[in-house]
Structures are given as C-alpha cells and as structure tokens.
Write a protein that binds this ligand. Structure first.
Ligand SMILES: Cc1cc2nc3c(=O)[nH]c(=O)nc-3n(C[C@H](O)[C@H](O)[C@H](O)COP(=O)(O)OP(=O)(O)OC[C@H]3O[C@@H](n4cnc5c(N)ncnc54)[C@H](O)[C@@H]3O)c2cc1C
Length: 556
C-alpha cells in the first residue's frame, strides 16, 4: 500500500492524477475514452500510470528540529502527493517519473500555534513554505518551484483544519476552518438546514482556504458564485502575526482587508478560518435545455438574459464544438443549459421570461423541468436529460483525462472573462489562434471548444477546452514540450485579445506572465510591499503570483 506511514488521515489519493486511489472508470467509461483515443491517437500504445515504487526522491536537504517531527512527514507518498497540483503538465510529469521540485517535508499542523512556530523557523532559516489545501491547483500553485534562493521547502497541508466551528442561523453565516473539503462543509452545514452552495468542478477535493486563496468560481452562473461574495471575514496566520477581519455584512471603511486575502494564493499568509455567508437549501428549481442553430444566436440570448435582471443559477452556453465533443446532439447546434432556483419563491415566472428572450433569439426547447422539493412535484420526469448527460461528463472528465494522458493526448482547459463588446473578437481569435497553434506545434489538427461558465451583465466568462495529439508515437516528454508551447500561445491570445489571464483558476506560476501584462507595475509593487510587511523573509509560496521576493525586492 502506497499510503503506509503517511501522516495524512485522508483516504488514499491517486498521487499521480485525479481522484482517490480506489476510484476507477466503469467499463462503459473505459469504452468512451478508447473511442476518443481511436480518433485522436489511433497508433499510440497506452503507457501505464506510475506506481510509487517507480520514484526515488532525494532525501530532505535539511534536518528539522525535533519540535516539528510529530507533525512533519518525509514519506514518499506524502512528498509525491504534495509535489504537484492536478494540471495536465502535473499529471504527465508523473507519468514521466519526473518530480522537478519535491518538497523536502510535508507538515500537517493541528493548531495555529504549530503553524506560527513553523513560519517563524522557516523565516529564520530561509525555508520556503507552500500552503496546501486540496492540491487541485491547475496553474502550478502548490509546486515547490521556488528558485535557487532557499535552503529547502515545506508543503503546509491544512487537512486537520477541517471543521465548521460556528453557525449563526440569524445572520446565516458560519465560521469554517481553512482546510475543510467541499463535501465536509456541506455535510456539517446540512443539519442546520443551510448550504454554502459553492460547487466548483473540483468540489470533492478542494478546500475553503484554497477557494479563498484562489478566488474560486462555483458551478452557478450568476450572482452568488465566486467565493469572494461568500466571504464575511477572514483569519490569516502570517510570519508577522495573525491578521483577522471583523464580521460585517458590508463596509465602506477603506480598502477591504478581506479583498487582499482573497486571491493571495498562499503568498501573504495561511488562511486558517473564514466566516462565510450561507444560503437556505433551494426548494423551487427549474431547468431546460435550449438549442440554437448558431453559437452567435445563443450568445445574444445569454447577453440579453444576463442584462434582464433575472439572474439564472445556470446559464451554460456550449458552442457547436463542445456539443459535438460531448455527443449532446445529432446535428450541429449550440446549446444553452438554463436553470433557476430559489429557497423562497417559485421560479416559474423567471424561467418563462428567460425562455421568451431565448426564443426571440432563435432558441428552441421542448420540456422544462420544474421541481418543488417540498411537495416532491417533479414534471415531466424525462425532461432535461441532455443537461444531466452533460453534467455527468463534466464531473467525470478529470477521471477520463487520467487515462488519456497515457496515450499521449493533451487534454487541457483555460478560462477568461471579457466584456460583451469584445467577446466575438476574443472567441474567434482564440478558436482560430489555438487551432493554428496546435497544428503548427504538433503537426496535427486539434479540437478547441468553448462554453460559458459564468455570466455578468457586462460580459461572459468563456471557458475553453482543447485536445491535441501530443506526440504521434506517444512520446510523453515531447507531448509535454508541445503542451508548453500551446499553453504559451493560449496565454498570449487571452491577454492580447483583452481578456483576463484567469477568471477563476488563479495565477499560480503558469499564468504569472499574463498577470504581469494585465496589471500595472505600480500595483504589483504595492502588492510586494504588502508581502514584505506580512512575510518579511519572503518564505511564503515564492514564485506564485508575484516573483520570488529576493529577486523582486532588489529590482522592483
Ligand atoms: C478537475 C478540476 C476542476 C476544477 N474546477 C474548478 C472550478 O470549477 N472552479 C474553480 O475556481 N477552480 C477549479 N479548479 C481549480 C482548483 O480546484 C481551485 O483553484 C481551488 O480553489 C483550489 O483549492 P485547493 O483547496 O485544492 O487549493 P490548492 O490547490 O491546495 O492551493 C491553491 C493555491 O491556494 C493556496 N492555498 C491553499 N490553501 C490555502 C490556505 N488555507 N491559506 C493560504 N493559501 C492557501 C496554495 O498555496 C495555492 O497557491 C479545478 C481544478 C481541477 C483539477
């Protein structure tokens, strides 16, 4: 067993990819993946995923004092699990048995005191500390890629900070510890009749602290969906002390301290707790699938719906390539998965109005599915199966990718946001630009598809998926090299066409150049000055979000 002697109390994770170690594809899912492989990589032989015995990690570069040994691990399993996040290059490097920057230790503190002591020791001894929630980063956020300036690195896992500590039913908020995984938050809130209702695709494996640190986006399309809007107050343990904010529903008192913690990506401190705003469990729900002859008709419908004040909970528009890739329709069309929900009032009038707008733009639909969970009235049973099929593929896709990597297939996503006036140009530019880049880099045609994950009155958040044959002979190191070039092209296209380098996946290490392009130097210097106050020795997650402190401080 790979997890022997681990200090982690979590179920064994698949250290090299997505999921728990004992989760596997069903026979039907295996067939589905093989179907994709037969089209994309017909001549490649599958490379088996790695086993823990394939790895030989260098010993830790330093010895830690005894005071830390009770909660610090050096086992191979713990160091491997904490070596990477879950992006395509993370998984392919595991297949290649290539661990570029293993952390020297993995710490599993149980108290804030232990975190403070570790931060103090690391500050004195020039050791980098990388906060680790669920490790689902897709932008190099948790890798100990810290440059040459540090003696060693420690991955700081918050898994023991896993409780809902208080629930205030009057204000509808809860105090939740930073390392609590999505399902554990919902399980602990359920007896109180509340939900946080924050469901990123990575929900099962990611944590509240990770969501706050990366400004995660949930499943819902509008209004309360970014974790930003749920945060009432935060508690940050830094090398300079604890910074806690006051619980307030809103405040006009100066720049918001919580807004500084949100998106700090482990570079300013460790988020040990946050008060978060809750919601009652929804009672009324309505959902429907609308088809459009063209994506541009769907875009117009979504723009009008986003500006109508209806605020749908789901408004996921899929372009023709996304519909085709997911086998959701027999003919070419764009597809809108539209939904409303409320804990307080029926949503039928909202759905009816949104459908009039969609219909005016050429949208066609058959059954609307209405649910009233109190009365158990569900009609009609068969409605909305397309949405269910899409949702299932969406949740299972990271498991499919585990296998596709071994065939040399590059499967990756990136996301952005853009105002409506520039959307068409961005969409066309990215589609054409990515298709060209994939062809030039790999010598083969790839697939680039798009859907909206979130909508705002002033613009959508488009999410692009791309698939390419990384290497015609299944050479994974060449596939990795090609991915780097394709990713570089994607970053350039997104920023040059006016979008943000990330809408919810965070900056990490992989998006840092784009982040620098879209922010002013003065702002970045302000951020660095803040870091200097909270983390004077520059030990916290060096290299993520902003440059390693020593480099930047000498030449800002
Ligand atoms: C298959 C898949 C689907 C995804 N779907 C979504 C999605 O729908 N929406 C979305 O927003 N993202 C998504 N992501 C990206 C990722 O899940 C998010 O960025 C998530 O918020 C990371 O949470 P985590 O707990 O795993 O953090 P980690 O990956 O452990 O860490 C991410 C960053 O936050 C820092 N950090 C973590 N915990 C703390 C803490 N307590 N204090 C200070 N810093 C901390 C880390 O140092 C790192 O910089 C997805 C990723 C994958 C692989």
């Amino acid at each position: 067993m790979s997890k022997i002697e681990s200090l982690s109390e979590r179920a064994e994770l698949r250290f090299w990819g997505w999921g728990y170690a004992d989760e596997h594809l069903s026979a039907q899912e295996d067939q589905l993946v093989e179907g994709m492989v037969s089209v994309m990589a017909p001549n490649n032989t599958e490379i088996a995923p790695p086993s823990i015995d394939d790895f030989d990690l260098p010993p830790p570069r330093l010895e830690l004092p005894e005071v830390f040994t009770a909660f610090v691990s050096t086992t191979k399993y713990d160091r491997l699990v904490h070596s990477y996040g879950k992006s395509y290059p993370d998984i392919v490097r595991m297949f290649l048995h290539q661990i570029d920057n293993p952390p020297d230790w993995v710490a599993f503190p149980k108290t804030e005191q232990q975190i403070s002591e570790l931060l103090a020791y690391a500050s004195k001894n020039n050791i980098a500390v990388i906060p680790f929630g669920g490790g689902t980063s897709v932008c190099g956020g948790v890798e100990s890629d810290i440059g040459e300036d540090y003696q060693a690195s420690v991955s700081l896992d918050l898994e023991h900070f896993n409780k809902v500590l208080d629930v205030d039913p009057i204000s509808r908020s809860a105090r939740v510890q930073g390392g609590t995984l999505g399902p554990d938050i919902e399980r602990q809130l359920k007896p109180h009749g509340f939900t946080l209702r924050h469901f990123p695709q990575s929900f099962r494996f990611s944590t509240l602290g990770g969501w706050v640190a990366t400004r995660a986006g949930g499943h819902f399309a509008s209004v309360y969906t970014h974790i930003d809007d749920f945060v009432e107050s935060t508690r940050l343990v830094t090398p300079s002390g604890v910074m806690e904010t006051r619980r307030l529903p809103g405040s006009g008192a100066g720049p918001s301290a919580d807004r500084m913690v949100l998106g700090s990506e482990g570079t300013l401190g460790v988020i040990t707790e946050a008060w978060v705003r809750l919601q009652s469990l929804p009672v009324w729900k309505a959902s429907v699938t609308v088809t459009f002859q063209s994506f541009s008709q769907g875009v117009e419908a979504v723009r009008l719906i986003s500006q109508s004040g209806l605020f749908p909970s789901n408004c996921r528009l899929l372009d023709e390539s996304e519909v085709h890739a997911n086998h959701l329709a027999s003919e070419s069309c764009a597809l809108l998965v539209l939904g409303f929900e409320s804990a307080d009032h029926p949503v039928t009038p909202k759905m009816e109005r949104a459908l009039i707008i969609a219909n005016d733009c050429g949208g066609k639909y058959t059954d609307v599915k209405y649910i009233n969970t109190q009365d158990q009235v569900i009609k009609p049973e068969s409605a909305d199966s397309t949405a269910a099929a899409w949702r299932n593929t969406f949740i299972r896709m990271p498991y499919y990718r585990n296998r596709m990597v071994g065939f040399g297939i590059i499967a990756d996503t990136f996301e952005t946001a853009i105002t409506w006036d520039k959307f068409d140009q961005l969409y066309e530019g990215i589609k054409r630009g990515m298709e060209k880049a994939i062809l030039e880099i790999t010598g083969n045609t790839g697939l680039v598809s798009c859907r909206f994950t979130h909508i705002y009155p002033d613009g959508p958040a488009p999410y692009f998926s791309f698939y390419a044959l990384g290497d015609t002979k299944g050479d994974l190191s060449n596939a990795l090299k090609n991915w780097r070039q394709i990713k570089h092209a994607a970053n350039e296209l997104v920023v040059n066409l006016g979008g943000t380098i990330t809408h919810h996946h965070a900056v990490g290490r992989d998006h840092k150049t784009g982040y620098e392009q879209q922010t002013s130097k003065l702002y970045r210097q302000t951020l660095i000055a803040t870091k200097q106050t909270l983390d004077p020795a520059g030990i916290l997650n060096p290299g993520a979000l902003i440059d390693p402190i020593k480099r930047v401080f000498t030449s800002p």
